[in-house]
Design a binder for this molecule. Structure first.
Ligand code: ADP
Length: 176
């Protein structure tokens, strides 16, 4: 089984073809990694996000889906914006919705011939998804994608804290 790479760091500094943003449905910036990505990419990212068409009033990217913009001042050429589920106890399809974020982001990357992509741990900050199940879903979905010979062929999961890195390492140990 091919596993994604795991690193600890700030995703805005990662030199990949694309980085993934844990956005919200209106795609106009927010806190956490979203704020950091908008800050590092510069104001053109906000303009590009605003230009993404709305599926329903105010909603540019429904939960589980993904949208792509340029990366502007980031080292990454593209930003793939995905919207994770808010954790509401686990009985509201949160696990499937989180899996869809990874799957749809990877499919969108493939459609754009993206070779390397880096993800933050979607939904594990403000959206409160428990870290271990979130890491299991992230690693499972990336590994499934890496089974085929298709793009993207280099997938990295970026932990922002030491505790998150430890959780990713624990899940990789479980798989060995
Ligand atoms: P969500 O709303 O999807 O939970 P958050 O941005 O609150 O999104 O958190 C998602 C994850 O991103 C959390 O694990 C958080 O620690 C992490 N994070 C925050 N800033 C950065 C950053 N600059 N680089 C990588 N990960 C980050």
């Amino acid at each position: 089984m091919r596993l994604p790479s795991i690193i600890k760091g700030d995703i805005t500094c990662v030199e990949a073809d694309a980085i993934v943003n844990a956005a919200n449905e209106w795609m106009l910036g927010g806190g956490g990694v979203d704020g950091a990505i908008h800050h590092a990419a510069g104001p053109e990212l906000y303009v590009a996000c605003k230009a993404v068409s709305e599926t329903t009033p105010g909603i540019r990217c429904p939960v589980g889906e993904a949208r792509i913009t340029p990366g502007f001042d980031l080292p990454a050429k593209f930003v793939i914006h995905t919207v994770g589920p808010r954790w509401k106890g686990g009985l509201n399809n949160e696990e499937e919705m989180l899996a869809r974020c990874y799957r749809n982001s990877l499919a969108l990357a493939a459609n754009n011939n993206i070779v390397s992509i880096a993800f933050p741990l979607i939904s594990t900050g403000a959206f409160a998804f428990p870290i271990l199940p979130a890491c299991r879903i992230a690693i499972r979905e990336c590994s499934t994608f890496l089974k085929d010979d298709s793009l993207p062929s280099e997938i990295t999961l970026v932990a922002y804290s030491g505790a998150d890195l430890a959780a990713l390492r624990q899940v990789i140990q479980e798989l060995k």
